[in-house]
Write a protein that binds this ligand. Structure first.
Ligand code: COA
Length: 163
């Protein structure tokens, strides 16, 4: 992710009910922190169409405390498509590109996603892409429920990874 990518993504705005997924301009530096492994995604015309992050920033602390991320062989993934590209059936291709990149570069045994339970658009995409819910929790103060969804990588695909 370059500074220009981060500046653009930090200014994307998701309309209700998805506004909680929007960053703010102050998040620009956050997106550039190398240890959080944010990556920008581009389409075939080199247009910025989304981002993925791999690891720590794709986790919610309450779930860590509950032991829902105990399996360290799985890679946590966070993602967002450019707001004007959402809801048009582009999700499967976008997700699969981000997972392929994650598999190739980090070689996990599988992937894990944490998603707001009400976000049926995302949950549906993840189910269709082979993920299933392996945990659920509610953040008490906020009264918000989340699902933890996982998908194991077939052994033959793991063998092609660098590990
Ligand atoms: C989550 C995200 C990747 C999904 O991709 P998308 O291209 O918008 O989703 P799609 O258009 O492919 O739709 C996925 C499924 O949800 C369904 N869907 C679309 N809009 C929906 C809605 N408002 N409510 C419920 N289901 C919906 C679609 O019909 C499709 O189901 P199907 O495969 O049975 O046809 C994308 O919306 C995104 O990046 N959003 C940003 C915010 C966000 O929700 N992040 C989630 C982080 S965990």
């Amino acid at each position: 992710m370059t500074s220009a990518d981060a500046a653009a993504i930090a200014r994307w705005w998701y309309s209700p009910p998805y506004e909680m997924y929007s960053f703010t301009p102050e998040d620009e530096d956050w997106l550039l922190r190398p240890e959080l492994r944010y990556h920008a995604a581009f389409d075939e015309h080199q247009e910025l169409v989304g981002y993925f992050c791999y690891g720590e920033d794709a986790r919610i602390p309450a779930a860590t405390e509950l032991g829902l991320y105990a399996d360290e062989s799985l890679l946590d993934v966070g993602l967002g498509m450019r707001p004007d590209r959402t809801g048009q059936g582009l999700g499967p291709a976008f997700l699969s590109a981000g997972l392929e990149f994650g598999q190739r570069n980090f070689g996990p045994d599988g992937f894990r996603l944490t998603v707001a339970a009400w976000n049926s658009r995302a949950v549906r995409l993840y189910e269709r892409s082979g993920f299933s819910a392996t945990g659920a929790f509610t953040v008490q103060e906020a009264g918000r429920s989340f699902l933890v969804m996982t998908r194991l990588t077939p052994r033959s695909d793991q063998a092609r990874s660098p590990h």
